[in-house]
Design a protein around this ligand. Structure first.
Ligand SMILES: NC(=O)c1ccc[n+]([C@@H]2O[C@H](COP(=O)([O-])OP(=O)(O)OC[C@H]3O[C@@H](n4cnc5c(N)ncnc54)[C@H](O)[C@@H]3O)[C@@H](O)[C@H]2O)c1
Length: 448
């Protein structure tokens, strides 16, 4: 007792705690009234709450049902979605906003805001010859619309400068590679442009060019091996393949303007035949792979194209005249200058190539500007643009130079909904300013 008394007196608060009834720290849970269920149902039905919940569930489930379907789509499904406009503005890529200030180029070049939600699957595309004149513009368009692009080029006529603005872009890759050697890449589409295209270059190395296009499979170093390699790659990975053929397949034409149904008038043993016959063989191979191996193919027959990034001294008539005009040299006209050509601006061609690749038709399709000019008329336009006092120098014509060239583009108009938009007088100044800069830089480098 004594001890107990002592403890009590030492810790009186603890004694109080022991004696007082304990109050719980939280108020006790009130038992639900059995009538609360109907009240909750009442709550749900009031102010259309149930309707809002159902609409929410519907939106959510639609999103989750569609999302995996879209990511499983193959390239052809995606292409048809693009045609139907489903993809417009939905190529949601963070990288794109990094490169285009939050905006992106739609597949057809229009600028739109990046939309969240379901988007077209990003395509992985190979462009052979992508460091060249046409190829580099095509690469710009494909990167601009949000795809991944791999360029394969051996820099025979192409230049890194044409692509330098894309270095560092995570959707762009450049591989130094000769298409005569096989390469394996997982891709959805192949634009096959690699080929020494200008007269100077294909005459400079005629043996290599002819080898390029003959279907002699046992010859190793060939450009036809390039076409075969790319067709083989397309077959292996199920990619769509586009061949850039040429109006040269019509040779010195007996039909004017040239329709795709015309079989051409080509000298098979002339100086130019390494190119003309090479491209004809490439077309044959392309169709053989389509018929025999089920490869999805497209064939473009390109007519004379001009624009910025053309080689300065490649022997093509527009670049010749423009470079000579800027350097204050006489413009060289071969023959009497009455032979005709049609000149298409490069962005029109690139639009046509993409429309062909995305469309459902194999071709061949003529892609060119039907505006027809004699060489003398072209020289006059160049004079107007650069220097009205420029002079013309006549030289004997080259062998097998076609007398006339003008595309009939009704097939492309009807089936690809494509036609060129830029006239020679609009396009030429754009090329001239590019040439002026490059010639100035060259002269500065030479210390002139
Ligand atoms: N520009 C035109 O007026 C025109 C007309 C008709 C057809 N084409 C065709 O369009 C395509 C592109 O022509 P372009 O004017 O841009 O020519 P280009 O010479 O500027 O480009 C061709 C590119 O292919 C590359 N190349 C060549 N051989 C190669 C090989 N074996 N392996 C890898 N790369 C190789 C070159 O280095 C170059 O970058 C060519 O196939 C050409 O035949 C062009």
């Amino acid at each position: 007792m004594k001890l107990l008394h002592k403890q009590t007196s030492v810790n009186p608060r603890r004694d109080e705690e022991l004696l007082l009834p304990r109050t719980p720290p939280y108020p006790p849970k009130t038992l639900k009234h059995p009538r609360s269920l109907p009240r909750s149902i009442n709550y749900l039905f009031k102010e259309q709450r149930l309707l809002f919940i159902l609409v929410g569930i519907l939106i959510g489930s639609t999103f989750f049902v569609l999302q995996p379907t879209v990511s499983r789509l193959g390239p052809s499904d995606v292409r048809s979605m693009i045609r139907e406009g489903i993809s417009a503005g939905t190529i949601a890529h963070n990288q794109e906003s990094r490169y285009s200030g939050g905006k992106l180029l739609s597949p057809y070049g229009k600028v739109g805001r990046v939309a969240a939600g379901i988007g077209r699957r990003r395509l992985r595309i190979v462009v052979t010859g992508g460091a060249g004149f046409v190829g580099s513009h095509l690469v710009d368009k494909l990167i601009g619309r949000g795809d991944e692009v791999i360029v394969i080029d051996n820099f025979f006529t192409g230049r890194k400068e044409n692509l330098v603005h894309l270095f560092g872009n995570p959707r762009f890759e450049l591989i130094r590679h000769d298409v005569v050697d096989p390469i394996l890449l997982e891709v959805d589409q192949i634009y096959h442009l690699a080929c020494p295209a200008s007269p100077v270059h294909y005459k400079y190395n005629p043996v290599k060019t002819i080898i390029s296009f003959l279907h002699l499979l046992f010859i190793t170093i060939t450009n036809v091996m390039g076409t075969l390699n790319m067709l083989g790659l397309a077959k292996r990975v199920g990619a769509r393949f586009l061949l850039t053929s040429t109006s040269e397949v019509y040779g010195d034409p007996l039909e004017h303007p040239q329709k795709e149904t015309y079989w051409g008038h080509v000298n098979p043993i002339g100086e130019r035949s390494c190119y003309d016959e090479g491209k004809r063989t490439a077309e044959t191979l392309t169709m053989d792979y389509h018929r025999g191996a089920g490869v999805e193919v497209r064939i473009a027959r390109i007519f004379n194209t001009y624009g910025p990034r053309m080689c300065l001294d490649d022997g093509r008539v527009v670049s010749n005249f423009v470079a000579q005009g800027i350097r204050k040299q006489p413009m060289t006209v071969y023959g009497d200058g009455k032979q005709t050509r049609s000149f298409q601006y490069v962005s029109d061609l690139v639009d046509g190539l993409v429309a062909l690749m995305e469309g459902e038709h194999i071709g061949p399709f003529n892609l060119g500007n039907p505006g027809e000019f004699t060489m003398l008329e072209l020289a006059e336009v160049v004079k107007e643009t650069i220097d009205p006092s420029a002079t013309i120098e006549f030289r004997p014509n080259t062998a097998d130079d076609p007398h006339k060239r003008k595309p009939d583009i009704s097939k492309a108009k009807e089936l690809l909904n494509w036609e060129p938009k830029i006239s020679l007088r609009e396009g030429l100044p754009l090329m001239v300013s590019d040439f002026q800069n490059r010639i100035l830089n060259e002269d500065a480098a030479k210390g002139l």
